[in-house]
Design a protein around this ligand. Sequence first.
Ligand SMILES: *Cc1c(COP(=O)(O)O)cnc(C)c1O
Length: 230
Amino acid sequence: MNEPRIEDRYQAIQTRIVDACGLAGRDPAEINLVAVSKKQAPEVIREAAACGISVFGENRVQELEQKAALCPEGLTWHLVGHLQGNKAARAVGLFDAIHSIDSLKLLERVNAAAREAGRTVSVFLQVSVSGESSKFGLAPDEVSPVLEASVKFMNVDIVGLMTMPPHTPDPEGAAPFFASLRELRDRLRAATGFPLQDLSMGMSHDFHVAIAEGANWIRIGTALLGARTT
Ligand SMILES: *Cc1c(COP(=O)(O)O)cnc(C)c1O
């Protein structure tokens, strides 16, 4: 049996996005897709790009450094995985957006690297809403101080918040975590005046739940590109 083509998977996902938006009374045009291509070969990325997908997510600086030259030009790359401070300059050279800022120190380093490179980087603050210590991310009460401290950083644009809920067998189990991130965003918006318009939440198995809870960036890997290979 042949593996489904990316084109077919992409259409199926677009249908599910439209359905989830229909149920939530949202406009599908609000939903942005990051095709998470970590551990996928450049040929897979090429096939996806040929379907009109243009935003790809990677979780390691080094992996994209190795693959980028083998991928089509004109793609937009987002970093979705943990970033070590000492790789900030390399990350700024490769990525237009970073979804995984999990400390003030890291934000400061990304800002300094972006200033050095003469550019601005879009960033999401990653929040661990479950409070699991094993997960990367700021605790909910750490976000406001980071926002306040960030006003002096001119080369990062804090567009919103990101979270990775703990895995639950039933995708609906993620709903309370997604709702917590949205509520935190709403509180911070009212308290700080930062617009925080973007919520990056939802992956292959729970993106429909994330859309119901207000996500406007969904990060989809295997459901779109197939099993990771390398
Ligand atoms: C791998 C990864 C994804 C995509 O996961 P899938 O289950 O393959 O959709 C999304 N976000 C982050 C941060 C990831 O590391």
